[in-house]
Each structure stands twice: as structure tokens, then as C-alpha cells.
Design a protein around this ligand. Structure first.
Ligand SMILES: Cc1cc2nc3c(=O)[nH]c(=O)nc-3n(C[C@H](O)[C@H](O)[C@H](O)COP(=O)(O)OP(=O)(O)OC[C@H]3O[C@@H](n4cnc5c(N)ncnc54)[C@H](O)[C@@H]3O)c2cc1C
Length: 332
């Protein structure tokens, strides 16, 4: 059932088996598995998933290689609804561990918002991350190209950049070190942009020079192009650098503030899990981009299957096998 301000009272007294925070690729996959295990689940999603910004999914088995993330999400949501999953468009503010249950505090609606508390035995954190983009005065200009030929993920879109003139938009020297020389696997025609936001060490300058990668430290005025195809960059001094593609590597924002009251093991900002996606808390699972691993749709969907299956095993073991009542002998 799709929950809203109008009908949420119907569910406030229920204890769900699982509440899933995040309705992207991972959360929807987990929800579908849970419902098919005949467990009760609620997905709470604030919208605009990372999958939503993905304009074309080129590397997912069985889908046409230009499938937009929006289509994947819409079909996933319909699939989840078809197996009777509950879905609420809301923001999870806090999760409190009550012992046997979790209290999940949500804010519903941007205007005239209301608060509510839902409860579950298990929690799946599927709230993902979001990429930091070049902070230009006019962000609309960045959104025009980000996710099209201005990419954020080399594993996803390195292939699309093959032998093209590529702008690498770095957030730190560490991101240059980590990414640029690997990006050269796909294209050696790399220009590195710092947007004037950090200093580059003499060693790195020399390394870039040795590889023939120009370094541009002047601030960016705007991206140039049309019809969502970026064709270059205009700098604040008016000069123009022509490009055919780009890769942004400026770090990410992690959607995990609602878990701050619970002491979970982290590696950097990612949640540490076992191979079934269980975190250091026995009843909290983490899937997709939020956990340590590869940030890919196929991984998030697979994590959803693992977490849901482990939760089913836990609950199944705790409840024991059902009996075929009419074959039981009655002891008088
Ligand atoms: C531009 C772009 C292109 C990409 N291209 C590819 C590609 O070609 N192939 C590929 O495999 N991967 C690609 N990716 C990566 C892919 O999108 C992610 O790996 C995948 O979406 C991760 O799924 P997820 O379920 O972990 O997170 P998400 O899809 O980000 O879903 C998380 C959801 O949780 C919600 N949420 C967060 N916090 C809260 C909260 N407090 N309360 C309620 N809801 C919350 C978010 O709004 C979001 O809807 C791309 C990513 C981007 C940005």
C-alpha cells in the first residue's frame, strides 16, 4: 500500500518485520524479496535516488543499455507494490534501538510536514550516497550535463569515455592520485581541473606533466554544450577548453545521519557488513552504496537479495517449522 499523510494511521500500530530506509535499487530489491518471503516490510524513501540521476544504465544484464534509472525505479516500485509492500515517501530523521524493535521517526511532506513513528524488528539501511558536483554559481548548468556525458563513475561509464577528450574534475589531490592514472585505461586525453579549490603539490604537477595531462587551476565559469551533451568548459577568465566527455570526482555525501545514535562499525563513511550485509548490529543490515563495496546497481540489487534472505533465515529459525494440524494426534 502507498502510505501518505491521509492513511498512515492504519499502520502506526503495526510492527513491521523490516523497515527499509531508501527506495533505490537496493531498497526495492530487498523489499521485493522480503514480501516474497511473506514478511511484512515498509520502504521509506525521500526520493531522488542516485539511481534517479543515472540517465542511462549501460551495464545491467537484461536491460537495454540506454535504460534510464527512473525507469528502473518505477518498475521496481510497481513490482514491490504488486507483492503488497508498503511504501512511504518521507524522510527518516532518526532510528532508535528499543531492544526488540526499532522506532523509526519520519518527517512527511516538505510543506505542512508532519512527524510519525513506525516500528520494525529489523532495519535495512539502503539510503545510499550522493555525489558532490562542481560548485558553480549556476548549478542548473551542472545538472544539464551531469549523468549524461559528464559522468560521476568510472566503473559505470569509463567505456563511454574511450579515447575521448576528457575533463577530470577533481575535489582533492587524493582524487587525482586515485583516479586519473586509472582513467587513462580508457582515455589518455585527460585535462585535470581543480576549479581553484585546492593546491596541487610539485610532485603531482610533475607526474601530470610526465603523462601529458594539462592541469587547469582557474575557476570554472560554466559548462558548455547543448541537448545535455557537454562540449567544453568556459573558465572565469573567458578562455574555453573543448572536451568530449568528463568525469567528476569530488567526493560524496553519505545518507546516514539517522543512524548516528547507534554505534555501528564504519570504514571511512561506509558501513561495514558481513557477506550477508549484516552490520555490527545483529538486526541492522546495510546494502548498496552506503556499505563497503562497489557502487553499482547490480551490487545494490544483489545486496538486497542477501540481506532479505538472511533476515528471513533469522526470523524463520526463531519461529520454527509450521505443523500440519490435522495430522497431529490429540493427547487427552
Ligand atoms: C549519474 C550516475 C550514473 C550512474 N551510472 C551507473 C551505471 O551506469 N551503472 C551502475 O551500475 N551504476 C551506476 N551508478 C551508480 C548507481 O546509481 C548506484 O550504485 C545505485 O543507485 C546504488 O543504489 P542504492 O540503492 O544503494 O542507493 P540509491 O539508488 O541512491 O537509493 C537510496 C535512496 O535512499 C533515499 N534516502 C537517503 N536518505 C534517506 C532518508 N534519511 N530517509 C529516506 N530516504 C532516504 C535516497 O533519496 C534514495 O532514494 C550511477 C550513479 C550516478 C549518480
Amino acid at each position: 500500500m502507498e502510505l501518505s499523510k491521509k492513511n498512515l494511521n492504519e499502520r502506526l500500530h503495526q510492527i513491521y518485520d523490516v523497515i527499509i530506509v531508501g527506495g533505490g535499487a537496493g531498497g526495492l530489491s530487498a523489499g521485493i524479496y522480503l514480501q516474497r518471503f511473506r514478511l511484512s516490510s515498509l520502504i521509506i524513501d525521500k526520493g531522488k535516488a542516485r539511481s534517479f540521476w543515472m540517465q542511462e544504465l549501460h551495464n545491467y544484464l537484461g536491460l537495454p543499455p540506454n535504460t534510464p534509472g527512473k525507469v528502473l525505479l518505477q518498475q521496481g516500485k510497481e513490482h514491490y507494490a504488486s507483492v503488497d509492500g508498503d511504501f512511504l515517501n518521507a524522510y527518516v530523521e532518526e532510528v532508535i534501538d528499543e531492544g526488540e524493535t526499532f522506532a523509526v521517526k519520519v518527517k512527511i511532506g516538505r510543506v505542512n510536514s508532519i512527524s510519525a513513528v513506525f516500528r520494525s524488528r529489523y532495519l535495512i539501511a539502503a539510503s545510499g550516497i550522493i555525489d558532490n558536483l562542481p560548485p558553480l554559481a549556476e548549478m542548473r548548468n551542472v545538472y544539464d550535463y551531469a549523468g549524461y556525458n559528464l559522468h560521476v563513475c568510472m566503473v559505470c561509464d569509463g567505456y563511454e569515455m574511450t579515447d575521448k577528450k576528457c575533463g577530470f574534475f577533481a575535489g582533492s589531490e587524493a582524487s587525482i592520485e586515485e583516479m586519473v592514472f586509472n582513467l587513462s585505461w580508457f582515455t589518455p586525453y585527460i585535462t585535470v581541473f581543480t576549479h581553484g579549490s585546492f593546491a596541487v603539490s610539485p610532485n603531482m604537477r610533475q607526474k601530470l606533466q610526465e603523462h601529458g595531462y594539462p592541469l587547469v587551476e582557474t575557476q570554472i565559469q560554466q559548462f558548455l554544450g547543448h541537448n545535455h551533451q557537454m562540449t567544453g568548459v568556459e573558465l572565469v577568465d573567458g578562455s574555453v577548453i573543448e572536451l568530449e566527455t568528463g568525469l567528476i570526482s569530488m567526493g560524496s555525501h553519505y545518507h546516514n545521519t539517522y543512524l548516528q545514535g547507534i554505534n555501528l562499525e564504519l570504514k571511512g563513511n561506509n558501513l561495514v557488513t558481513d557477506r550477508m550485509c549484516r552490520t555490527s548490529h545483529p538486526r541492522i543490515f546495510a546494502i548498496g552504496d552506503l556499505k563497503v563495496g562497489l557502487n553499482q546497481v547490480v551490487v545494490a540489487a544483489s545486496d538486497g537479495a542477501l540481506a532479505a534472505t538472511q533476515i528471513w533465515r533469522d526470523i524463520r529459525h526463531s519461529r520454527g517449522a509450521r505443523r500440519w494440524e490435522e495430522h497431529l494426534t490429540v493427547n487427552v
